[in-house]
Design a protein around this ligand. Structure first.
Ligand code: WTA
Length: 646
């Protein structure tokens, strides 16, 4: 029986949006989306105001998505310049270093000056509107400066998570053909150094990366690195000479803003492309509404800028709203597992947004590390990235929030640009584990495997029947893949790749991915990517990878590996293969379990039956289902006997 947490009176009384307002505005937003989004779009400063709001077709033969498409604007001007008059001295970014002794406040005026200098610097390096710039930086203010400087001149950034390997960085640079890479000498996380510049050097030796003309290096640790003149330049040295004024470039609403690579069920990660006007309208509006944002809030999103949450809800949404946003360089358990709450007290954080995996990891440490801090400043908590189990939800609510703070469990995706299903804290009664109700303009539907629409309380696949301004526009360089991935499975709708249940109150419960994507600690990973890393090893013949339940990470990685004939399966080789995947993709892809598979369960046409492998990895050997269509049913018995989780 789920416990219901009604909207607290304090929220209901002062909320930006109460229940009646939600219901009225939601009805309007889906009845006449163009009128609704016309009104909302005016929250931004437009250089050329739009007269056209929405032009969308989800028909695969004529797929197009355009919002505000005759308007022009500049993202950095919306995030900075327009706040200077009223909020010039307000803190834009509170930076909290890895070392608790290090923190810094950057005002809107200071951030504006830095971004202008950086925009001038990029221009002086020959970067123009439409050029691609890779950002491979740790969580330091320069990351925000670099992003905003790109938007100021209309260059398209592609941020690569600083935990990714040289190979992962290289494939993203090659796909987007970047002219510039912005990196740091080293990153710092829990006192551990990450060799970012050395990784860039490695990446740029890989094929198809010679589009890169310049590498700008931010000095973070001062560690020794190899500077290759004239390619490599110091950020601080060049920035010092640049003027602190810069006229922002007018960008069409549909001008590409950024590319962010994300894993799908097949092939290499896709370059998700977001555009300027609709994305910023949606990021800023959702940020204000979902977090019930006030002028004096101190807002902290713990996501890294390398993920979409770091784009929309660490940088673009908060800065477009003139908010104070906290950027944290470190990790939740350094120097100890009180760190999050110490930072909350230190900076008087009011709104806190994190991932279930962090909550579960901290929950394991008990209540003491939380209880010994005050957290009195907190008024709202948020969750994102994966389903939050009700136990973790209740702990977050009771221990972290002292049963005072509503939790917004926000469901969305890299592709959606912003939050789509979520409570609004002043309007929605909460059920632990449910992302609750659709945001304005969002029309979810649940369909069965054949695409039949299920009404009322039902469970199936989650699709969306209409667009919203923050939706991705294409897969960079491969529009056909965009159409095939999202619009062919259930014609006329956007297919999310997620399963969901809708209960009798119309609340949505996301059940997780229904495709071959796994969600490890809130990070998306394609099983195909891990498999191709494994088979790239000279001693591996074949590999199949599935997700398995994991107490902290949500899902873990379970790999079945068939070795080449004559190769001995040893513990040393198992360790080597785990390290190999880590090196090929990055630490987040480290397999949790690696089982030797003399054979894999395949159909007569040679297709691996992952359903069976998933059940074995879940330790449910009695639930394998029908195995009669297998080419060689005997392989299953061996895999069951040798399974690693019991
Ligand atoms: C999952 C992260 C349940 C989901 C913003 C989705 C969630 C994938 C939630 C996207 C949530 C995200 N409840 N599941 N509140 N938020 N997901 O692209 O499976 O990194 O499809 O975007 O994460 O992951 P992505």
């Amino acid at each position: 029986m789920t416990k219901l947490h009604p909207v607290p009176d304090t929220f209901a009384a002062h909320a930006r949006i109460d229940r009646a307002q939600y219901e009225t505005a939601y009805a309007e937003s889906v009845k006449d989306p163009a009128a609704f989004w016309d009104r909302i779009g005016r929250r931004l400063d437009w250089i050329t105001p739009y007269t056209q709001v929405k032009d969308v077709s989800y028909d695969a033969r004529d797929l197009h998505i355009r919002w505000y498409y005759d308007g022009e604007l500049n993202v950095s001007a919306n995030c900075l310049d327009r706040h200077l008059a009223a909020r010039g001295d307000k803190t834009a970014i509170i930076w909290e270093g890895d070392d608790p002794a290090e923190s810094r406040r950057v005002s809107y005026r200071e951030l504006h000056a830095e971004v202008c200098k950086a925009a001038n610097l990029l221009t002086s390096l020959g970067i123009r509107k439409d050029d691609r710039v890779a950002i491979y930086l740790p969580m330091i203010p320069e990351a925000a400066v670099a992003m905003l400087a790109c938007t100021r001149i209309g260059a398209i950034h592609t941020i690569v998570f600083a935990g990714f390997s040289p190979d992962s960085l290289a494939s993203r640079i090659a796909d987007s053909q970047c002219k510039l890479v912005i990196t740091a000498d080293e990153g710092l996380r829990g006192k551990k150094k990450v060799p970012l510049k050395a990784n860039v050097d490695e990446a740029l030796k890989r094929p198809n990366t010679n589009s890169v003309e310049t590498v700008l290096v931010v000095r973070r640790t001062g560690g020794a690195i190899d500077m290759q003149v004239p390619r490599d330049r110091w950020w601080h040295a060049l920035l010092a000479d640049q003027p602190a004024t810069h006229a922002p470039v007018a960008c069409e609403a549909e001008h590409p803003l950024f590319i962010l690579y994300t894993s799908g069920s097949t092939g290499t990660p896709k370059g998700v492309l977001h555009t300027t006007g609709g994305y910023l309208v949606y990021a800023s509006f959702t940020h204000e509404a979902v977090f019930d944002l006030r002028e004096d809030d101190v807002y902290w999103c713990t996501a890294d800028i390398g993920w979409v949450t770091g784009h929309s809800y660490l940088i673009y949404g908060p800065l477009a709203n003139g908010a104070t946003t906290v950027m944290f360089e470190g990790v939740p358990n350094f120097p100890d597992s009180s760190r999050f709450w110490q930072v909350v007290d230190k900076h008087k954080v009011t709104l806190f947004y994190t991932a279930p995996t962090a909550i579960r990891a901290l929950m394991r440490e008990g209540e003491d590390p939380v209880r010994k801090t005050s957290r009195a400043s907190l008024r709202l908590l948020g969750s994102v990235g994966e389903p939050i189990n009700p136990e973790a939800w209740e702990w977050y609510y009771r221990v972290v929030g002292d049963s005072r703070c509503p939790i917004v469990d926000t469901w969305w995706q890299t592709e959606t640009g912003g939050i789509l299903i979520t409570p609004l804290p002043g309007a929605t009664d909460l059920k632990p584990g449910s992302a609750t109700l659709p945001f304005f303009g969002i029309t979810p539907q649940i369909v069965d495997a054949n695409g039949a629409v299920l009404e009322g309380a039902a469970e199936g696949n989650l699709v969306l029947t209409d667009s919203w301004p923050g939706q991705m526009r294409t897969v960079y360089g491969d529009h056909q893949r965009f159409i095939d991935t999202y619009f062919r499975t259930y014609p006329g709708t956007y297919f999310t790749g997620d399963g969901a249940r809708r209960d009798e109150d119309g609340y949505y419960w996301i059940t997780g991915r229904v495709d071959d994507v796994i969600n490890v600690s809130g990070h998306r990973l394609g099983t195909a990517e891990v498999e191709s890393a494994l088979v790239a090893h000279p001693q591996v013949a074949e590999a199949a990878v599935v997700g398995c339940p994991h107490d902290i990470k949500g899902q873990g990685i379970y790999a079945y590996v068939t070795l080449k004939t004559g190769v001995e399966p040893t513990d040393a080789l198992r360790k080597e293969l785990v390290a190999w995947v880590r090196k090929e993709i990055g630490p987040i892809a480290t397999p949790d379990h690696l089982q030797w598979a003399p054979g894999l369960p395949k159909t007569r046409s040679g297709k691996i039956m992952r359903r069976i492998l998933r059940k074995i990895a879940e330790n449910q050997p009695d639930a394998l289902g029908d195995t009669s269509t297998l080419a060689d049913p005997s392989v299953v018995a061996n895999l069951v006997n040798e399974r690693l989780v019991r």
